[in-house]
Every structure is written in C-alpha cells, then in structure tokens.
Design a protein around this ligand. Structure first.
Ligand code: 4NP
Length: 161
C-alpha cells in the first residue's frame, strides 16, 4: 500500500481537492487496494471545517465531490505516509521545518513536480481571489494527479514501506 498525504496551508482548498481528485483517479484505475490518500494543512485556522464551498463548486463541475474535514499536519505524518505532496514552496518549507534531523526530506515533494501539461512550480492559493482561481486549481491538480498516479504505479516497489 502506498500512502499519499497532500498538504496546503488551510486544508480547505488545494489539498482536499488534490486528495479527492486523486481518489477519483484511483477509483477509475481500480487501484483502491494499492494507494490511499489523506490531506492536511500546515496552519490550524480551519480545523474540522469541510472543504471551501467555492472550491467544492469548481470540483463539482468536473464531477468530483470534495469530502473531508480539515486537520493540521503533524510530525507523526512523516512516519505514516510514503509521499507528502506540498502545494507550494511555503508549505514545503513549513513541513520540512518540523523535520529537524532531515530524516524525511526525500518523502516531501512539490505537487507541481508531477505536472505533465502545466509548467508551474506551485499550486496558487485561490482563497482570496475570484472564481477562476478555483477552476484553475482543479485543472492544475488534475494534471499533477495524473502524473503522480503514473509515478506511484511505476515507482511502487520503492515507495512501499
Ligand atoms: P488552502 O487555502 O491552503 O488551499 O486551504 C487557504 C485557506 C485558508 C486560508 C488561506 C489559504 N486562510 O488564510 O484562512
């Protein structure tokens, strides 16, 4: 089993979208017994909240429902997951700031590293912008999740722990 954790700031927009999009692709590929997904935020502002309604609306246009409740990233997540996908560089830095000994650096990656169509380094934070920002996040994450799924399928023997 490969365990994936998607991480953003608030865990109500980008990372729950990534988690649910990935689950959608996993289900389509019939790989539910091989890959599991979760998401978390580096900040605790929205703990317990469901995904942002603007984000949920953008996902619904692609027939993807956003499920889940926000939680904060914790040190134990380094142990519990095989790959930790940061949505932007701030998330990446804030995650690794909790890895004092540098033991888990190889598990933490930028989500956009898996994009095959988009040439962006970060998933932009849509929270304070207009509705088009949410649609853009969904399209970008669909691309990154497709690439990530291929990576996990091809690389599975190395990520299995
Ligand atoms: P997310 O978006 O990190 O993609 O969940 C945000 C959600 C909330 C806030 C910022 C970004 N906030 O400042 O409350």
């Amino acid at each position: 089993m490969t365990k994936l954790l998607f991480v953003c700031l608030g865990n109500i927009c980008r990372s729950p979208s990534a988690e649910n999009i990935m689950n959608h692709l996993i289900k389509k590929a019939d790989l539910g017994d091989r890959i599991t997904c979760d998401s978390a935020g580096t900040a605790g502002y929205h703990i317990g909240s469901p995904p942002d309604s603007r984000m949920a609306m953008a996902a619904r246009k692609r027939d993807i429902e956003l499920l889940g409740a926000a939680r904060k990233f914790q040190r134990i997540d380094f142990e519990n997951f095989d790959l930790i996908l940061a949505m932007d560089r701030d998330n990446y830095r804030n995650i690794l700031a909790l890895d004092n000994a540098g033991k888990y650096k190889d598990k933490v990656r930028l989500m956009c590293d898996f994009c095959r169509i988009y040439d962006l380094k970060e998933v932009p934070d849509p929270y304070y912008g207009g509705p088009e920002g949410f649609d853009r996040v969904i399209d970008l994450l669909l691309d990154a999740c497709e690439g990530l799924l291929q990576y996990v399928i091809n690389d599975e023997p190395k990520t299995l722990t």
